[in-house]
Design a protein around this ligand. Structure first.
Ligand code: SAM
Length: 444
């Protein structure tokens, strides 16, 4: 070759906008395109932009492949740069055109570093050689720098993952995905929102179950709406006093994904005391007989998509009807810090249905949830009160079960609310929401 390198400038048009925004697919395709062309990949770094678009580079021993995408135009700008003649960059071009489902592509090849224009400097190569350079043997193992990002208006959580998508399917309700994160283990997301991770799921699942179970000790029948990851029923079924636990999950793919990739969370799905139903919880509650359950836990995702109807006054009114006279409803009630407006609104609804003095809020720290501060509501139909609990029994149980978060002290501490939360719950005014909400909401 009469040049040091070959640089192909590529324009891919009419690509699938979906694929142009899929950082995992793009990273995997770029790495595969390099390897298919015979290149030796050193590492890859890919980033997902807000609200969409991906940029990334694959460093190869023979130089690099780089990309930036505009999903909104179905367009990708790609650079294929190889030096030496052991790698044919056109092989990568053809591979990527197919991988991105490009309607058409245009390209231009430049010869970079025309030898007749270059003058070689004789210098002591050894002196320049990077002694820390890895021996060839290790070159095979590439370091991949691929990030999952859950992004809201002003806040984002990014978790580095292996780049291998463990699970990705679209159900009639939502996109169900599992990522292999490096810091938090396998992570379940629904429509791009973190639901649970192997490393911190126990916080949520222990607090949404053991707080009511130790303050409502006569509970025999429990119902869980949502909770398809299995963590909530796993914790409930630790309590031998429960004769029957019913789980109503709308999306069977969530159950499938967790059985495959979050087995510790999905461990109780075959428990004989579990009645597992795949149906809409809103319909189930509507058809349910009065006063059937001692405990109803709403383990829903956020108030969007299939879960929206689980945050309405009509639904909570129905839940109230299905509780025994001394029954308790527990909900995941979002974050007082993340979207304070939603938080205030749902507590006002609980109070209208259960009564001002029968609604209690408690908090827990969940690192992979927006702002890390999450809340649960404890709503009593009868006289059950969350702080009237058997402390000794809670201590013994926490130890015997090897719990990782819940214990007899955190039970009470969780109800000790910081002033800003008390203020939000007390007056819920626009001013306090504006003062404390991390996410601006238009209605503020
Ligand atoms: N801990 C998670 C959180 O706070 O975001 C929620 C976990 S759980 C995975 C939420 C489950 O509720 C999902 O599996 C979702 O499919 C289910 N779900 C949403 N809407 C539902 C409905 N109407 N009936 C039953 N399950 C529903």
């Amino acid at each position: 070759m009469n040049a040091l390198g070959r640089h192909i400038l590529v324009e891919f048009y009419d690509c699938s906008p979906e694929l142009m925004n899929d950082v995992v697919h793009i990273e995997n395709s770029m790495v595969a395109a390099a390897e298919t062309a015979g290149a030796t990949v050193i590492n890859s770094t890919f980033h997902h932009f807000s609200p969409y678009g991906v940029s990334g580079v694959v460093v190869i021993q023979e130089s690099h492949l780089a990309i930036h995408t505009w999903p909104e135009y179905g367009y990708a700008a790609v650079d294929l740069f190889t030096c030496g003649d052991s790698v044919d960059p056109w092989v990568s071009y053809t591979y990527l055109k197919e991988a991105f489902e490009a309607g058409h592509g245009s390209s231009m090849e430049l010869r970079r570093g025309q030898l007749n224009l270059l003058k070689r400097n004789d210098f002591n190569l050894e002196a320049l050689r990077d002694v820390s350079a890895k021996p060839d043997a290790e070159l095979g193992t590439i370091t991949r720098d691929v990030w999952f990002t859950e992004r809201d208006e002003n806040i984002a959580l990014s978790l580095k993952h292996s780049g291998n998508q463990l699970y990705k399917k679209d159900s009639p309700f939502q996109r169900v995905e599992v990522f292999e994160t490096l810091a938090y283990g396998n992570m379940l997301t629904l429509d791009g929102m973190v639901m649970c991770t192997q490393k911190d799921e126990y916080v949520y699942h222990e607090m949404i179950t053991h707080v009511p179970m130790f303050s409502h000790t006569k509970a025999k029948r429990a119902l869980v709406i949502g909770g398809g990851d299995g963590g909530t029923v796993r914790e409930l079924l630790r309590h031998e006093q429960l004769d029957e636990v019913t789980l109503v999950e709308i999306d069977e793919l969530v159950i499938e994904a967790c059985k495959l990739h979050l087995p510790e969370t999905a461990v109780a799905f075959d428990n004989p005391r579990l009645n597992l139903l795949v149906e809409d919880g809103i319909k189930y509650i509507h058809d349910c007989e009065d006063g059937r359950y001692d405990l109803i836990i709403i383990d829903s995702a956020d108030p969007v998509g299939p879960g929206e109807g689980l945050f309405t006054a009509e639904f909570y009114q129905e839940v109230h009807r299905c509780l025994t006279p001394d029954g308790v409803m527990i909900t995941q009630s979002e974050s007082p810090r993340f979207n304070s407006a939603v938080f205030v609104e749902i507590y006002e609804t609980y109070k209208r249905i259960f009564g001002d003095t029968k609604v209690h809020c408690y908090l827990a720290g969940i690192p992979t949830y927006p702002t890390g501060t999450w809340s649960f509501s404890y709503c009593s139909k009868g006289d059950s009160h969350p702080l009237l609990y058997d402390k000794a029994a809670a201590a013994k149980f926490s130890e015997a079960q090897g719990l990782k978060y819940y214990n007899e002290d955190i039970h009470a501490a969780a109800f000790a609310l910081p002033n800003f939360v008390k203020e939000l719950l007390a007056d819920g005014s626009k001013n306090s929401i504006k003062a404390y909400s991390a996410e601006s909401t238009n209605e503020q």
